[in-house]
Each structure stands twice: as structure tokens, then as C-alpha cells.
Design a protein around this ligand. Structure first.
Ligand SMILES: [Zn+2]
Length: 274
């Protein structure tokens, strides 16, 4: 599943391609990808609209149009979003196509259909789940006091707390493991046992690793289109995730793997302590 860095890549590549473009027409499939509207509804609300901005909250993209309407896109497991010239061969599982005034098309492709698209008129209550998200990893409000207040009394593991989107938005399975390695904290540590110093290390590791991930994931618009926005996993910058049995890059001890909170989790038993 794409995490914040991959969605930020989509925003950085696709956002500028859509800015100022007007939707000429919409072709939408009648399936569960449309969360709160119908194909006709989506077409009615977006045809003639001009895209004013593309933002991101956690793992969701938010497209705002000239009337203040908001299209929220969550990518699920296999969602892809890209702009291509008209006439580009259409992939299977292309569910939504937005025809734009410069002859390009914005396409949403999703083989497994766990992604969702919402449209909200200006002022309409956002029911996409964005309202319940925690702060962004780079929010200056992320300090040890914030973490202490949000997770300090929890008996669940710190790994689960990092995956909880209502604490810090956008962190998924890969980068939670990398953040905990950076912070030197065992993922099994119950939140209420985290020391002040460990919370402080998390406060630094979270924005640092996410910024590193965004940077590592940067791609040119040409390469992005060639990959149809599918470049979700580049393993090379990862230090522990997916590396069980390999040597810890810091101390050489074999990385271990276990299931924590239902998710496969990797860590160094020497560098990461409780
Ligand atoms: Zn180690």
C-alpha cells in the first residue's frame, strides 16, 4: 500500500500538470471506487471545472476546483493516477477518465479497487476520513508533548501507534519500521513504557525519515508516466524493512521479523531496545 512519500510523489508530478486545466468531460465507471457519488454525479460536478490546486493530507490527495469543490482520492492497495496524452492506450482497470482542455487525460487505474474517490461541494462536510487524521509528519506541532498526550497512556505497541493515522498521518508499514530503527526503539515497546528520551527521538526520526523517503522517491514526469505511477517500492534506501536475516547496517546483528499489530515488522534486536 502506498504511504505518504508515494502519494507526495503523485502530488508533485500530477499537481502541476493539472493546475489551471479545465475538465471537458468525465467518463466514470459505476463501481465502488466512487465513494459518495455516481458516474453522472461526478461528471456533473466536475465538467467545466478548473483545477485550482492539488494538496495532500496523510495518504489522501485533495483536488480543489475553481468553485471550491474538493475531489478526495485514496489509493488503497493498487491505485494509480496519471496524466497522459489523449489516445494513449488504455490500461485494464481504468475506472475514471477526466478529459482535459489541453488534450490530455487524467486517469485513475485500480486493479484491486480498494481505492476510493469522493467529491464534496464547497462547504459540504468531508466524510472521507480526512477530518480524523492526526498532524502531518513535518508539522512543527509534532513534539514530545504531543506524542505523550496522544499515545503516552496506551498499552499497545509503539509500532501500532505509528500506524494509527489519527496520531501522525501518512505513516505505513514500511516507514514505521524505518522510523523505529532510526530512533533505536523496539517496535514491541508498549507506548506507556516509552521514556521522554525515546519520545524525543521519535519526534526527530518521524519527519527526518519521511522527508528522506519523499526525496528518495522523487521521479521525473517522464519516468513517472512510463511507470504509470506504479513506482511504489524502491527497497534500496530501506535499512530494516523487508531485510529479515540480513545484517543490521549499524551493528551487523541479523535483522529479525515478527508480526506486530497484524503487520509484518522488522527490527534490529541489538540497536532497538525497549
Ligand atoms: Zn543493529
Amino acid at each position: 500500500m502506498p504511504e505518504l512519500p508515494e502519494i507526495e510523489t503523485v502530488r508533485r508530478v500530477v499537481g502541476p500538470q493539472l493546475l489551471g486545466r479545465t475538465v471537458v468531460s468525465v467518463r466514470a465507471a459505476d463501481n465502488k471506487v466512487l465513494a459518495n457519488t455516481t458516474p453522472d454525479g461526478l461528471s456533473g460536478m466536475l465538467t467545466g471545472r478548473r483545477f485550482a490546486s492539488m494538496g495532500r493530507r496523510g495518504k489522501a490527495l485533495v483536488l480543489t476546483d475553481d468553485l471550491g469543490g474538493r475531489t478526495v482520492i485514496r489509493f488503497g492497495m493498487t491505485g494509480q493516477l496519471y496524466v497522459c496524452p489523449r489516445g494513449t492506450e488504455e490500461e485494464r482497470h481504468t475506472h475514471e477518465v477526466f478529459f482535459l482542455d489541453d488534450g490530455t487525460e487524467l486517469r485513475y487505474v485500480d486493479p484491486r479497487r480498494f481505492g476510493r474517490i469522493w467529491h464534496f461541494r464547497s462547504g459540504e462536510t468531508d466524510t472521507s476520513g480526512i477530518e480524523g487524521l492526526g498532524i502531518e509528519p513535518d508539522d512543527p506541532a509534532l513534539d514530545s508533548g504531543y506524542l505523550e498526550a496522544r499515545i503516552g497512556r496506551r498499552g499497545t505497541t509503539v509500532k501500532e501507534a505509528l500506524l494509527d493515522q489519527s496520531v501522525v498521518a501518512g505513516i505505513g508499514n514500511i516507514w514505521s519500521d524505518e522510523i523505529l530503527f532510526e530512533a533505536g526503539i523496539c517496535p514491541l515497546t508498549p507506548c506507556r513504557e516509552l521514556t521522554g528520551e525515546q519520545l524525543e527521538r521519535l519526534v526527530h526520526a518521524i519527519p527526518e525519515k519521511i522527508a528522506f523517503a519523499v526525496e528518495s522517491n522523487a521521479v521525473s514526469s517522464g519516468d513517472y508516466l512510463a511507470g504509470k505511477s506504479r513506482k511504489y517500492y524502491d527497497m534500496s534506501p530501506l535499512k530494516v524493512y523487508g531485510r529479515s536475516g540480513e545484517a543490521c547496517p549499524r551493528c551487523g546483528t541479523a535483522i529479525v521479523r515478527n508480526t506486530v499489530g497484524g503487520r509484518s515488522t522488522c527490527w534490529c534486536p541489538m540497536c532497538q531496545t525497549r
